[in-house]
Structure formats: structure tokens, C-alpha cells
Design a protein around this ligand. Structure first.
Ligand code: PLP
Length: 375
């Protein structure tokens, strides 16, 4: 199997697994919120992990709220973070976990604006300026750091500066960006940031919302008051520890990973472009290192992948594949529904080798060649 779907989920790093295993054994029993030595040991491990999550995002440990993943983190930020009487602005290319909150916000009476993007998927800060001018204060702005389908990176610092001029709170879904790019909340002017373990070579089932004052979303769940009342529930020690190690490794490796994976992505693009006339690349060229989204006009990407079972690649958004709907991101970039269905997303990662890239390109080209009508 050639795994080129790292944007859907990254494999667990062996160091993360090693760090988690002791906390899954029977002798590690202990509720981290309990007042006895077993509980204190677990609590200490979790606090260390919280520090690593904070360090990756350029925040303070006390600003990290562990969640079950980025979907929950985004919901907490949006459904809990729009103040009474305030509005909300998001981009048209946000992940479904952001866009899915909008009907509820509208139902609660909050005005909502969805910003268009240009042909590469980028939000124009001037468009945010006009949208905020038309909304009541205070408002929440949420724009992702990098897109999960086409890899386009947003001008977050500029967008946050516009939000600040309007007195709005700035949140970003940074799920895809953190493994290969440096993102520090204070430097960018972010008040909220969502991340996910399984996009960072960490475990599935854990993520975090990082909240910097004065942002304090209203919690969605009632319960034992854990995590300063922001997210009730017993913390899962092995998952928190795993996320902490994954964040530490990401901080140490993101620059080198970004360079190496970007070179692999360029190699893959070159091999496809040289052999498939008519192929087009979607998204900005200076986007996420691990993302290559292409349209091969005339193909049905879902059918093509049936002939390539040894290749793990996505059609449109992995979270949507199987739904049969053209990707909302590709449509927002201006692609037709037919071209969206003719698009493939390659997600390269830390373990992707040049040999894998070459073989993936060879196999794809071979299947397309064999499907051509004989002369
Ligand atoms: N945000 C983005 C940009 C994503 O790519 C994903 C997952 O695909 C999510 C949020 C949801 O993350 P999780 O699987 O942790 O809920």
C-alpha cells in the first residue's frame, strides 16, 4: 500500500506509541482528577502534555482545552464563542465541522457571513473588512490556517489585523498547518486555535482548542467542571500524553518536514504533469507542503481509484468521499461539478519516500493509459 492520504489521517509516530503504551496498562489505573498518588501521576503527565500543545501553538499551558478532536474544538469555538447579539464570519472553504455550525448560529439569530475565495482558495482581507463592517459588534471570525483539500494557506496575520480593527475575536482551524508550518497565536493575533491529534502523527480521538484571553467560549457540556469548566469529562491520559509527544515532535521537525515533504510533492507534480497532458493543479502553488490536488479532465476520480486499490489517495475531501457530492471547496475555487469529480488529492507525509512518489505516478499513468481507447 502506498499511503498518500496524510491529510485525512497521519500514521501514529512510533515515539508517540511508545509514550502512550505505559498509560494503557492495568498498573497505570488512576483518574487524573482523583486526589491520590495514582491520580496525581496521571495529572502530571497530562500537564506536561498540555505544555507541549501550548508550545506548538505559542500559547500558555492554561490556555489549552483538550477535546475529542478538531470537530469538537471547532464546535466549542463557534457555538460557544459568538457573543450575544454578535455576528460570525467564516470562509467558504472551511471544513464541514465549521460550516456545519452555521445553521445553528443563524437559528439563534446571529448574522452569519460566508466569505468567497479567489481561484486559488485564498480569502481577501478586504472582503473580511467589508463583511465585518456590515455586522453588529462584537463578532467572531473563523478562517482556517490551511485548506485540507487544496492546501491553500490563508493570510492569517492580515485577516487577524482586520478582525482586531473591528473588535472581533479571531479563531483559526489550524489542523492541517501545524505539522509543517510554524504558527504562533500571539504573533498572528489569534484568540482561538483548533488542532487534532491524528493530523499530527498523534492518536485519533483527541484534539484541542487553544483559547487566549479575552476569548472564553461558553462550554457545550455540563459536568464535573474539569478544564476550568470549559470542557467537562475525565481526561484520557494515554491520548493526552500521545498528543503532547506528537506536538513536541512537530515543533522539532516541522521546518525540516515542510522542506522534505514539499520536495516530494513537487516531484510528484512534475512526474504527473510531464506525462498527463491537460492535467491541472488546484490551489495555491505555495500551499501546504503535503498537499497536491489535481484535476484530470474527463476522468471519474472515484471510478479510477477502484482500479488502484494499492494507492490510498482521496477524491475531493476525505471527510466527504463516498457522499457523491462535488467538493464545496473545489466549487468555491470556481471548478465545475464535472471537474470536481475529476479531481484527486494526494496527501504526502513524514514517511513518504521518492520511490513511493514515483511508483504512485507510474501506476496512475498506467491505469489511465490502459483505459484509453485502442487506435
Ligand atoms: N478541520 C480540518 C481542516 C480537517 O481537515 C479535519 C479533518 O479532516 C477536521 C477539522 C476534523 O478533525 P477531527 O477528525 O479531529 O474531528
Amino acid at each position: 500500500m502506498i499511503y498518500l492520504d496524510h491529510l485525512a489521517s497521519t500514521p501514529l509516530d512510533p515515539q508517540v506509541l511508545e509514550a502512550m503504551l505505559p498509560w494503557m496498562r492495568p498498573d497505570a489505573a488512576g483518574n487524573p482528577h482523583a486526589a491520590h498518588p495514582a491520580g496525581w501521576r496521571a495529572a502530571d503527565a497530562i500537564e506536561q502534555a498540555r505544555g507541549e500543545v501550548a508550545a506548538l501553538a505559542g500559547a500558555q499551558p492554561g490556555e489549552v482545552v483538550f477535546t475529542s478532536g478538531a470537530t469538537e474544538a471547532n464546535a466549542l469555538a463557534l457555538l460557544g464563542g459568538v457573543p450575544a447579539g454578535g455576528g460570525c464570519v467564516v470562509s467558504a472553504v472551511e471544513h464541514a465541522s465549521i460550516l456545519g455550525c452555521l445553521p445553528e448560529l443563524r437559528q439563534r439569530g446571529h448574522p452569519v457571513a460566508v466569505l468567497p475565495v479567489d481561484g486559488t482558495g485564498r480569502v481577501d482581507p478586504a472582503a473580511l473588512d467589508s463583511a465585518l463592517a456590515g455586522l453588529p459588534k462584537p463578532s467572531l471570525v473563523s478562517v482556517m490556517a490551511a485548506n485540507n483539500e487544496v492546501g491553500t494557506v490563508q493570510p492569517l496575520a492580515e485577516l487577524a489585523a482586520v478582525a482586531a480593527r473591528h473588535g472581533a475575536t479571531m479563531h483559526s482551524d489550524a489542523v492541517q498547518a501545524l505539522s509543517t508550518r510554524t504558527l504562533y497565536m500571539a504573533a498572528l493575533g489569534l484568540h482561538g486555535l483548533s488542532l487534532s491529534g491524528h493530523k499530527l502523527y498523534g492518536p485519533m480521538g483527541i484534539g484541542a482548542l487553544v483559547v487566549r484571553p479575552p476569548f472564553r467560549p461558553v462550554p457545550a457540556s455540563a459536568g464535573g467542571g474539569q478544564q476550568r469548566g470549559l470542557r467537562a469529562g475525565t481526561l484520557p491520559t494515554p491520548l493526552c500524553v500521545g498528543l503532547g509527544v506528537a506536538c513536541k515532535l512537530a515543533r522539532e521537525r516541522r521546518e525540516e518536514d515542510g522542506r522534505r515533504i514539499g520536495a516530494m510533492r513537487d516531484r510528484l507534480w512534475q512526474r504527473l504533469r510531464d506525462r498527463l497532458p491537460g492535467i491541472r493543479r488546484n490551489g495555491a502553488e505555495d500551499g501546504l507542503a503535503g498537499c497536491l490536488n489535481v484535476t484530470i479532465p474527463g476522468i471519474d476520480a472515484a471510478d479510477l481509484l477502484l482500479d488502484l486499490p494499492e494507492l490510498a489517495v482521496a477524491t475531493g475531501s476525505a471527510c466527504h468521499s463516498g457522499a457523491g457530492e462535488p467538493s464545496h471547496v473545489l466549487l468555491a475555487l470556481g471548478l465545475s461539478a464535472a471537474d470536481a469529480h475529476a479531481s484527486l488529492r494526494f496527501g504526502l507525509g513524514r514517511g513518504t519516500s521518492a520511490a513511493e512518489v514515483d511508483e504512485a505516478a507510474d501506476r496512475l499513468v498506467a491505469v489511465l493509459d490502459s483505459a484509453k481507447p485502442r487506435e
